[in-house]
Write a protein that binds this ligand. Structure first.
Ligand code: SF4
Length: 335
C-alpha cells in the first residue's frame, strides 16, 4: 500500500501503532507483518522532533523513544567499543565451523543410522523438535551453534574474556543458560537491547572514529548466509557436494515454528528420508528474529551485500578451521 498523504494532529492521549493499523483494517488485510513506515525529516530539525517525541511518549517512567540508525559494520564495531566492549568478532566464523561439522555429521549418519538429519543452529527449532517430537531428537545434528563455536573459540584464546552474543535472537538467551553452554557465553543481548544501550550512553555514531584496519574479514560467504532462511542447509549441502560430487543431497527448509512443525510431521511420516532439513524459528530466518529493529526485507538486501563482500566463499578456508579439533573435544575428528 502506498501512503500518499499524511496529516499529523495532536490527540489528547498518545495513540499506538497497533491502534492505527487495526482501526484502518491493515492488520486484517492479509499483511504478513506490520507495514514498514518511513518518514523523512529535515536534518536540521531532527533534534527538535526527537525532543518532542521524548516528551510525549517517554511517560510513566518508561523510555519508549530511541534513535535507530543504519550503521556500517565498522561504525557498529566503533559504537560497541564506545559503550565498553573490548573487541568484536562476527559470529559467521562459528557458522563456518558449523557448516563443516554438520556436513561430516550428515555423511556419518544418513542414511545408515538415521533416515534424515536436521540442522541444529536455531535453538528455537531444535528445542521445539526435541520437545514436540522426542523420538526425532537424535535426528537433530549434534553440532554446536555458531554462537557457541565462536564464543568457545574466543574463550580458549582468552579465558578471562567475558563473551556477549549480540543478535536478533531471543531464543539464544535460553540457549546460553544451558549447563553446557553457560561457561562459553556470559551474556546475550538482542539488537533492540543494544540500541537501547547505545542510546542510553548517548553515543553519537556520526562522531565515532572508524579504524578500517579492524574490519571484519574472517568469515566465508556461506557462513554469513546463515542468517537467512535456507542459508544453513545450502552451505552444508554445498560442502557435501564438493566432497562427494556424485552425491545428491536433497534439502527442505521451513521458517516459523508452525511450518517447522509441519516439516517434522512429514519427516516423521517418512516423506523426507535421505534429506537434510533446515528449520528456522523466525519468518525469513534470523533476519526476522524477535529482537531485530529493522525491516527483514531490507535486512535481507544488506545481508546479501555483506555475503558478497566476504573475503572468501568456502567455509573450509576459514582461518579458524584448525581449531575445530579443540572445540569438539574429539581427537578423531577429521576436517
Ligand atoms: S531463526 Fe530466530 S530463533 Fe532461530 S536462531 Fe535465528 S533469530 Fe534465533
Amino acid at each position: 500500500m502506498k501512503v500518499t498523504d499524511i496529516h499529523i494532529r495532536k490527540t489528547a492521549s498518545p495513540i499506538t501503532v497497533t491502534d492505527c493499523f487495526v482501526n484502518k483494517g491493515l492488520v486484517s488485510g492479509g499483511h504478513a507483518s506490520l507495514p514498514d513506515i518511513d518518514v523523512d525529516y529535515a536534518s536540521d530539525r531532527r533534534q527538535e522532533i526527537k525532543e518532542y517525541l521524548e516528551e510525549r511518549y517517554n511517560t510513566a517512567g518508561r523510555r519508549r523513544v530511541f534513535s535507530a540508525g543504519t550503521f556500517t559494520t565498522m561504525q557498529l564495531k566503533a559504537a560497541l567499543k564506545a559503550v565498553g566492549f573490548y573487541d568484536v568478532v562476527e559470529v559467521a566464523i562459528g557458522a563456518d565451523l558449523c557448516t563443516v561439522d554438520e556436513a561430516h555429521d550428515f555423511l556419518e549418519e544418513v542414511p545408515g543410522k538415521l533416515n534424515f538429519m536436521a540442522t541444529s543452529c536455531c535453538p528455537a527449532w531444535s528445542m521445539m523438535a526435541k520437545t514436540a517430537f522426542p523420538d526425532l531428537a537424535k535426528n537433530i545434528s549434534m553440532t554446536m551453534t555458531p554462537m557457541v563455536f565462536t564464543a568457545r573459540m574466543m574463550k580458549q584464546k582468552d579465558p578471562e574474556a567475558r563473551m556477549c552474543f549480540i543478535g536478533p535472537c531471543a531464543a539464544k538467551k535460553l540457549e546460553a543458560s544451558r549447563r553446557t553452554v553457560r561457561s562459553d557465553v556470559d551474556f546475550v543481548l538482542t539488537f533492540e537491547e543494544l540500541a537501547g544501550i547505545i542510546e542510553a550512553k548517548d553515543v553519537d555514531t556520526s562522531l565515532l572514529e572508524v579504524d578500517e584496519a579492524e574490519a571484519l574479514h574472517a568469515a566465508s560467504a556461506a557462513g554469513r548466509g546463515f542468517a537467512q532462511s535456507g542459508g544453513v542447509a545450502k552451505a552444508v549441502a554445498d560442502k557435501i557436494k564438493e566432497w562427494h560430487p556424485d552425491m545428491d543431497v536433497k534439502i527442505a527448509s521451513a521458517q516459523g515454528l508452525a511450518e517447522c512443525k509441519k516439516l517434522l510431521m512429514l519427516a516423521k511420516a517418512g516423506k523426507y528420508n535421505g534429506y537434510l532439513l533446515e528449520g528456522m524459528g523466525c519468518p525469513g530466518g534470523c533476519i526476522g528474529g524477535a529482537g531485530t529493529i529493522a525491516d527483514p526485507a531490507r535486512t535481507a538486501i544488506q545481508l546479501n551485500k555483506y555475503v558478497k563482500e566476504a573475503p572468501f566463499a568456502d567455509p573450509e578456508q576459514s582461518p579458524f578451521m584448525s581449531e575445530i579439533h579443540v572445540l569438539k573435544d574429539d581427537p578423531d575428528f577429521e576436517i
